[in-house]
Design a protein around this ligand. Structure first.
Ligand code: FAD
Length: 317
């Protein structure tokens, strides 16, 4: 079922999760161990991130160095198929522009369609490791909106090869990313929202947001999106803070603010277990406030901390 159908039909709060593929060498059992307890809360869908290949320098036997391409977290599509099969849940693969030609994207979409996957999250992706800014594949897309356009083309049966007439139509529900505290490259919030609106006008069906720790940012963002004419569902993304290192690591990675009350409380803790308690309580209060304000979906970035999400959900429902 499509995400938009889940949202339209939901009578109660919808819960969803995002997971990362395991690092290469680990088995899919690590994903099941991660998700098994959380399945108690009947997630409507589970997002699976995509991680582009990176170039690393490797020493040859003669002592010289060569650059080799490695992919640390392969398996996004396989995991989606496995989750759908094992848990009978909707799985949403993330698709990125970075590192993909348009032809490779089209072929990936055909694979997803054949697997019965009905939902995708269309993203640009970040700069490759070691590159200062995002560079698209020479034959690929520069922005997520171009990827949205290609998915919509395929939904209309238009393939890249012009010889294909009456091509089979795919039927993807397309999610796109939004940033309650602005995408870090955007010159200002209004410009960022104008580009977000383009993604929606081109065929994006809903928005999943970057994580945030201050609900006020999210509510302001939703209001601004609505004022800009964006009427599709907006799904809030939530991630617990669980240790002191994240006070700097999270803003660096995700370009979000950590409220002073939360950072002070985490700084006062003596160990990770105490930090986790503070982060759990903060997330619980964030969720309660979102629900009180009429939010219908809570989307959790589980990122290695399923226990915290479990505790929060157990207290909520
Ligand atoms: P875009 O919508 O293309 O926007 C990128 C920037 O360009 C913004 O500043 C925007 O304002 C600007 N812009 C947009 N269109 C135009 C235009 N036509 N002309 C000029 N400027 C424009 N990354 C991964 O690698 N893998 C993942 O699995 C992944 N999952 C994510 C899930 C969520 C919910 C979120 C919020 C992010 C995720 N990311 C992931 C990170 C994402 O790839 C980065 O944040 C990336 O920098 C931007 O992606 P985007 O799709 O928002 O890009």
């Amino acid at each position: 079922m499509k995400v938009t159908e889940h949202l339209a039909q939901a009578k109660d709060t919808i819960v969803s999760f995002e997971i990362l593929p395991p690092t290469k060498g680990k088995s899919i059992a690590s994903i099941y161990d991660h998700l098994n307890p959380l399945m108690e809360f009947n997630p409507a869908f589970i997002n699976v991130t995509y991680h582009r290949a990176e170039m690393i320098s490797k020493k040859r036997v003669d002592g010289s160095f060569e650059m080799v391409e490695i992919r640390k977290r392969p398996g996004t599509v396989g995991i989606c198929a496995a989750l759908m099969n094992k848990y009978k849940v909707e799985a949403i693969p993330h698709l990125i522009c970075g590192g993909f030609s348009k032809t490779e994207t089209e072929n990936a979409l055909i694979d997803l369609d054949f697997l019965g996957i009905k939902n995708v999250l269309a993203l640009r992706g970040d700069a490759a490791k070691g590159e200062g800014y995002f560079k698209s594949d020479p034959q690929g897309h520069a922005f997520a909106e171009d990827l949205v356009r290609q998915i919509v083309d395929l939904n209309n049966g238009h393939y890249m090869e012009e010889e294909i007439k009456d091509g089979a139509k795919t039927d993807f529900c397309i999610g796109v990313a939004g940033y309650p505290e602005k995408h870090f490259e955007a010159p200002n919030m209004d410009t960022d929202i104008a580009y977000l609106k383009r993604k929606i006008d081109l065929g994006g069906n809903y928005i999943t947001t970057q994580l945030f720790y201050n609900n006020a940012h999210y509510f302001t963002y939703v209001n601004k999106c609505r004022a800009a004419g964006i009427s599709v569902p907006i799904i809030p993304g939530l991630k617990p803070l669980t240790n002191q290192k994240q006070l700097t690591a999270v803003p660096r990675a995700f370009h979000v603010e950590i409220p002073i009350e939360l950072s002070k409380e985490i700084m006062r803790t003596k160990n990770d277990a105490d930090s986790e308690k503070v982060g759990t309580e903060w997330l619980l209060q964030q969720c309660r406030d979102l629900l009180k304000n009429g939010e219908k979906v809570l989307h959790f970035y589980t990122l290695g901390k399923p226990g915290v999400i479990y505790d929060v959900l157990k207290q909520l429902f």
